[in-house]
Write a protein that binds this ligand. Structure first.
Ligand code: CDT
Length: 303
């Protein structure tokens, strides 16, 4: 067996005026809990350093840019990396990334995977950006990811880390089967996903009371259909007047939930994940080389 002990580090609400340094202290407290319980890896949510700022329309770009990180680690996040090195616990962290590329300022909704030596071993930039690009005042709150971020340009890669093959996705990506399958085709054994999911979806309020069901449904299906572990970690509780689902879970390659958070606050839920549990799925029902029929799937990428 190849055991990776993973902590799903759910976060309760982060206030608009909560300083980054204070949030980082909350993250370090969860990392320390993880270390005390033998975690190799702790997974934090999407945009884990600030409140979920796309819920507001900001007139000035500098107001938006205040939520972004210009370097990683940076002045406020260095302490998290120092803690990881001291505790020998790796982490997945979601954050807003501002970068200069070929003289152009670019903004992405990003996650990084950091190993037990506090080295960044992989980066992912969110591909499925939900919401809208223009101010829609009829909504109780906005979801302006399509305004504030560019579509990720790194694809769905995987990397060798923590003794296995690890991939990343962010929030809305988890609702799309292609996310899991592209990584499944690369042999992924554990997919890490941070999210911020409001209970209320303004364009489809009829889905609101299914928000937990849909959260579990997509990650359980993604895990089973690709024979992989999935770790899904959310923001929870009422953040600036908006309820976030939490419902953070760790899913085995069988599709079963083996660990779950039960509060709407900062909470660590832990599972000992045996990467070898992927083998019987990858070599039987979902032996891709034997049983996939890609000749019939062309439409998926043609339109
Ligand atoms: N952050 C993010 O991607 N949230 C979206 C909300 C969409 S409303 C169903 C999500 O898919 O959870």
């Amino acid at each position: 067996s190849r055991i990776v002990t993973v902590g799903a580090a759910q976060l309760g609400p982060i206030a608009l005026n909560e300083p980054r340094k204070d949030v980082v202290q909350r993250l370090i407290a969860l990392l320390e809990q993880g270390a005390a319980h033998g975690c190799d890896l702790v997974v934090f949510p999407e945009l884990a350093l600030t409140t979920f700022f796309p819920r507001w329309y900001f007139e000035q770009q500098e107001q938006v840019d205040a939520f972004f990180e210009r370097s990683m680690p940076g002045p406020d996040t260095q302490a998290l990396f120092d803690a990881a090195r001291r505790l020998k616990v790796g982490f997945y962290l979601g954050y807003a990334e501002l970068t200069e590329e070929k003289g152009r300022t670019r903004r992405f909704n990003t996650s990084i995977l950091v190993d037990q030596n506090a080295e960044i071993v992989s980066k992912y930039r969110k591909i499925h950006l939900p919401g809208h690009a223009e101010h829609e005042p009829w909504r109780r709150f906005q979801h302006l990811e399509k305004r504030y971020f560019e579509t990720g340009n790194l694809g769905f890669g995987v990397c060798r880390a923590f003794g296995g093959i690890v991939g990343m996705a962010i929030c809305n990506d988890r609702r799309w089967p292609e996310t899991y399958r592209v990584m499944g085709l690369q042999g992924v054994e554990m997919i890490l996903i941070g999210y911020n999911t409001p209970v209320h979806n303004p364009p489809a309020p009829e889905h609101d009371n299914l928000s937990h069901f849909h959260n579990e449904l997509v990650m359980q299906a993604g895990a089973y259909q690709n024979g992989t572990w999935v770790v899904g970690v959310g923001k929870a509780g009422r953040e600036e007047g908006v309820d976030q689902i939490g419902n953070s879970i760790i899913v085995a390659p069988s599709g079963e939930i083996v660990s779950a958070c039960s509060t709407l606050s900062d909470e660590l839920s832990i599972a000992r994940c045996d990467l070898d549990l992927t083998v019987s799925y990858k070599s039987s029902v979902f032996n891709f080389s034997k049983h996939r029929e890609p000749h019939a799937y062309g439409m998926i990428v043609e339109r």
